[in-house]
Design a protein around this ligand. Structure first.
Ligand code: NAD
Length: 383
């Protein structure tokens, strides 16, 4: 096993965690923000949130405590929501748009970036419209519902000379940066096998009643969602497998799970399991579901293992390695993601590949292959 630095961030952060913690150097943006609390006083990036549902509300909370951005505008189809958000976040009328007049944002110099938080099937349209209006764009994951859509989105952003990011919140999360390091730097040797799962029970399995009251849930509508939990949650298992191994899958096999609620899951899968093979011969075995709760990541390497449970949600994450406990300070994932993206955009720097449209396109290609494998029962090559 390679050296694992045991310098204690427990001391640094005053965490009451035992001496067996696997200690690593924290990413500089985390140590800086811990040391320099709110020291930035320069220009902030002005963001308009497009789609004001559940996750937009979480993003707005992240923006509220961010250092590098402001919530400056909104795009919504609901006049009632517009009134509420304008009052709550002090947004002027001139920065409030609906889906019809959104293109007028081209004339609004007070908006720098549009963050698309709409149902997956609408990401393409609004990313392209934002790009044509000359705004940088972040779109939520999955980037879109087809490879062709992703390609069009990338092309539109390139043609309009704006940057495109995908909202991969875990790319800034210290526990995830650590498992990425453990895997890619082969701290416990070559990773051979990964197990990852993320699922949320959205209805009661016994009486089939809906837990989350969503009669018209867009996630159950294939045109708007592109698919079921694989699109929504399974993407995190794909991401974690890819960044821990630092490799792309070369083939996938997949199996749809049992459909317990046929009314609810008539267009999209209720559960799906899949296996990804990598060039190094590593295998990742993943499951996602709307029928049960699961949230874990486990990697076994030649000389040890590391795991998290919970692993892929909003945290806090709890983990261990074969050398000890794995624990980092909890962060606000949305704030950190936005600050790191906005910092680069404010400095006119290029966003790193691992959060751009190119990365979103890779995930959507893999998702496509997984669905094809589940439908055909065949191994699908990604070479
Ligand atoms: P939501 O249903 O809570 O919000 C969707 C919003 O889109 C609503 O305000 C709705 O009014 C609006 N909308 C506009 N046109 C619509 C249409 N034709 N049908 C349905 N809604 C329409 O969904 P959400 O959970 O906020 O998800 C939005 C996006 O954010 C999705 O792409 C999802 O994958 C992503 N998301 C990401 C995370 C994350 O952790 N990164 C978490 C949750 C959701």
């Amino acid at each position: 096993m390679q050296n694992i630095s045991r310098r204690s961030f427990v001391n640094k952060f005053g965490l009451g965690v035992g001496a067996s913690v696997v200690i690593t150097t924290l990413p500089s943006f985390i140590t800086q923000s811990v040391k320099q609390k709110k020291s930035y006083t320069g220009k902030k990036l002005n963001i308009a949130l497009c789609g004001l549902g559940n996750y937009a509300t979480m993003l707005a909370s992240g923006i509220a405590v961010s250092e590098y951005c402001n919530l400056a505008g909104i795009v919504t189809g609901s006049p009632e929501k517009a009134l509420k958000w304008k009052a709550q976040y002090n947004i002027p009328d001139k920065n409030s748009y609906n889906y019809q007049n959104f293109d007028e944002i081209i004339h609004n110099k007070d908006i720098d970036l549009v963050y698309v938080v709409l149902p997956n099937g609408l990401h393409k349209e609004f990313v392209i419209r934002a790009a044509k209006a000359g705004k940088n764009v972040i779109t939520e994951k999955p980037m879109s519902i087809s490879v062709a859509d992703c390609q069009e989105m990338i092309k539109a952003c390139n043609e309009n000379k704006v940057q495109l990011a995908v909202g991969y919140r875990l790319h800034y999360e210290p526990t995830h940066l650590e498992i990425k390091r453990l895997g890619q730097e082969k701290v416990f040797g070559q990773v051979r096998f990964i197990e990852a799962s993320l699922g949320y029970k959205t209805y009661d399995t016994l009486d089939k009643t809906t837990i989350v009251d969503k009669k018209n849930d867009w996630r159950l509508n294939k045109k708007l969602s592109g698919g079921g939990p694989l699109m929504d949650l399974g993407i995190y298992c794909i991401q974690a497998s890819r960044y821990v191994l630092g490799e792309e899958p070369i083939a996938v096999t997949a199996q749809f799970g049992t459909v317990n609620n046929k009314d609810r899951f008539s267009e999209t899968e209720e559960s799906i399991s899949w296996q990804m093979e990598f060039q190094s011969d590593a295998i990742s075995n993943c499951t996602t579901s709307c029928g049960f709760d699961t949230n874990r990541f486990y990697a076994v390497a030649d000389e040890g293992s590391f795991e998290l449970s919970p692993a892929l949600s909003y945290g806090p994450f709890v983990g261990k390695t074969s050398a000890g406990v794995l624990k980092f300070p909890e962060i606000n994932q949305q704030k950190t993601q936005l600050d790191e993206i906005c910092k680069l955009l404010l400095a006119n720097k290029k966003l790193p590949n691992h959060i751009t449209g190119a990365e979103g396109l890779k995930d959507v290609s893999i998702i496509n292959a997984i669905y094809k494998a589940a439908k055909t029962g065949k191994k699908i090559s990604l070479k």
